[in-house]
Design a protein around this ligand. Structure first.
Ligand code: CUA
Length: 328
């Protein structure tokens, strides 16, 4: 299902390559911490080498050195005092940098921000968009789109266990906690496709709980959002038969396709499934073959998933796939 998969470059999942202002704040803190720790490491190593050099191992004939027992150790005492003072100053500096970073993260200007409610599920992500600028409201899954240069406020929730949203190129980690809403404010400043990952062990398929974040120019975002807000196009011909297969095989118990009678809530909204790059939360590329395999035997591809195996006769499967491919 290639079609209009955005031509935006995939960017390596990497905290050292910030694509937005929040990740830059965090990277600056990391650079400062690394620099200070490097200085401390070099000083400690230097002091150790100096101590070894000054108090070499004696030979069998050398007299025992008991001088420190009777004389006050002015030098070492002074050195230890200085080391303690410098350590305290260094730690206070790190604390100060940490607090400053925290307040910088909290001060992201959020006027006119896009609002997204992201819910963690075992093991996928549901996103509900609510755009105060356009009034668009729609549901999607496993792929966020963000307009470059505009803040987004993401409300984080969980329906089952604790998950953690981590988009290394855009922000640090934030937990999704059952029964409580948390919030992440971020802004993508560079276009790109960023990979996010659940970063809290949340069950058998924790590793296969990824999320793509597509940061794109505002005009491109606007056309994506407008398309997502529309119901699915009417299915005709083979695709029409595919919709019937979808309804006859209980797929609609779990999945919603806006514009059809399918209104299940247990699984991802499929209204625009074909517009997404990946299937099953970053598990598989969204191609006809992978989608067919996923429908026929999801539990063997992602053991533990609640998506049941649905072996279908070939003609029904082809009709269903034709329908799924029409959901752009
Ligand atoms: Cu969700 Cu790990």
């Amino acid at each position: 299902m290639s079609g209009d998969k955005s031509a935006i470059i995939p960017i390596a999942q990497d905290v050292l390559r910030p694509g937005g202002v929040q990740a830059e704040h965090i990277l600056n803190l990391w650079h400062g911490t690394l620099a200070l720790c490097t200085v401390v490491f070099v000083l400690v190593l230097g002091a150790t080498l100096l101590a070894l050099w000054r108090a070499r191992r004696g030979g069998l004939q050398s007299a025992p050195d008991v001088s420190p027992l009777s004389t006050p150790e002015v030098g070492p005492r002074r050195a230890v005092t200085w080391a303690a003072v410098l350590s305290a100053v260094g730690l206070a500096g790190l604390l100060w940098a940490d607090v400053r970073t925290g307040s910088a993260l909290a001060q992201l200007p959020a006027e006119g921000a896009l609002r997204i409610e992201l819910t963690g599920k075992q093991w996928w992500w549901q996103a509900v968009y609510d755009d105060p600028q356009t009034g668009a409201r729609f549901v999607t899954a496993n792929e966020l789109h963000l307009p470059v240069g505009r803040a987004a406020i993401i409300t984080l929730r969980s329906d089952d266990v604790i998950h953690t949203l981590w988009i290394p190129n855009l922000h640090g980690k934030k937990d999704l906690i059952p029964g409580r809403a948390t919030e992440m404010r971020l802004r993508a400043d560079q276009a790109g496709v960023y990979r996010a990952q659940c970063a809290e062990f949340c069950g058998q398929q924790h590793t296969l709980m990824a999320l793509l974040v597509v940061a794109e120019p505002p005009a491109q975002y606007a056309s994506w959002a407008a398309a997502q807000a529309r119901p699915a196009v009417a299915a005709e011909g083979v695709a029409g038969r595919g919709l019937q297969v979808f309804m006859d095989n209980r797929c609609a118990n779990c999945h919603t396709i806006a514009g059809t009678p399918a209104a299940g809530q247990g699984g991802p909204d499929l209204t625009h499934l074909a517009s997404r790059q990946m299937l099953a939360a970053g598990t598989l590329p969204n191609t006809r073959g992978h989608l067919g395999g996923w429908i026929v035997d999801a539990p063997s591809l992602k053991p533990g998933t609640i998506m049941p195996a649905t072996p279908l006769p070939a003609d029904q499967l082809h009709a269903l796939l034709a329908y799924m491919e029409s959901l752009r």
